[in-house]
Design a protein around this ligand. Structure first.
Ligand code: RIB
Length: 314
């Protein structure tokens, strides 16, 4: 079983030609509400890929929270451990997606920040029963640390996706088996530039020296890099047309957790997760863009048909 401990947000999405600069007003084209939140997205990704997934997180006592919970449940995520916090709003994310597929996201965490260490201790039996636990940083860092400690002591595979970037005390790394930053999060965590593959490797090594056993750095259209002590492997990205990059990292992390839960090697897990990340950027929205296992199984023919369709348009 996989347990995802993290955030649930309703994404309020506007598409526009270009993300506005500070002080600028631009006209958007449309507005959509899409279930999101890094925790919810990662749980949803894993469930759509066929895994047994439990979600731990918080919503407010409002209609957005009910919609998020129902949506995850309908995709197969177990939501009995999604707690309702009274008198506080469900988390939302304001997302602007520009025509290049890039986005700018601002999160108002609401109930997500109410997931406290007592809640985590109360749900510790679920964490202990899991083979893999997967966390991000849209909930309080001390709750992340508490869950990682419980999971690590119980022998779970612990994955931390340090997104969005936040200051972490060094001790938290003792409880993380696999850290999955993107290049800007790696730069934040290490203070080391990550503009080239060599810089990514050097920055990753700084964290390995701090005790992290394995790091997978997601690099967008530059693929990803897997780092262990005295080991580096770079994976090229699949070439697809990006429509919306929202939740690509979440798809990657969810897929990684699924493969490790199934006993796959890390190499197999990364190759599969790369496919899921690539498919995610070709559709709009967060949970709406995450592929089903059957779709990923047909990835090779899917890539060909996608390219043909793109060729036809040109
Ligand atoms: O990773 C994408 C997610 O980040 C969005 O769904 C948004 O809710 C924010 O949490």
């Amino acid at each position: 079983m996989i347990t995802v401990i993290g955030s649930l947000n309703m994404d309020l999405v506007v598409n526009t030609e270009k993300i506005p600069r500070p002080g600028e007003t631009v006209m958007g084209r449309n507005f959509k509400q899409v279930p999101g939140g890094k925790g919810g997205n990662q749980a949803d990704a894993a469930a759509k890929l066929g895994a047994d997934v439990q979600m731990i997180g918080c919503i407010g006592d409002d209609s957005l929270g009910n919609i998020l919970k129902a949506s995850l449940a309908s995709d197969g995520v177990k939501v009995d451990s999604v707690l309702v916090k009274v008198g506080i709003s469900t988390g939302i994310a304001s997302i602007i997606v520009e025509d290049s597929g890039d986005n700018a996201i601002t999160v108002a965490p609401g109930a997500n920040y109410e997931l406290n260490t007592k809640d985590i201790e109360g749900l510790s039996q679920i964490v202990k029963k899991s083979k893999v636990i997967l966390l991000q940083l849209e909930i309080p860092v001390n709750s992340v640390k508490a869950a990682l400690m419980i999971g690590k002591h119980a022998g779970c595979i612990t994955i931390l996706n340090p997104a969005p970037a936040a200051t972490l005390d060094g001790e938290i790394y003792d409880y993380v088996d696999i850290l999955t930053p993107n290049e800007s999060e790696l730069e934040f965590l290490t203070g080391h530039e990550t503009g080239t593959l060599e810089q990514v490797e050097a920055a990753g090594k700084l964290l390995i020296d701090k005790g992290i056993k394995e790091i997978i750095v997601t690099l967008g259209h530059n693929g990803c890099m897997h780092l262990k002590r005295n080991w580096r492997k770079h994976y090229e990205a699949y070439k697809v047309k990006a429509i919306d990059t929202t939740a690509a990292g979440d798809g990657f992390n969810g897929a990684l957790a699924v493969c490790l839960n199934d006993g796959k090697t890390m190499d197999e897990a990364i190759q599969f997760a790369m496919k899921v990340g690539a498919m995610t950027v070709t559709k709009e929205g967060a949970q709406t863009s995450l592929p089903l296992k059957t779709e990923v199984d047909h990835f090779d023919s899917w890539v060909v048909s996608r390219f043909n369709r793109e060729d036809e348009k040109q």
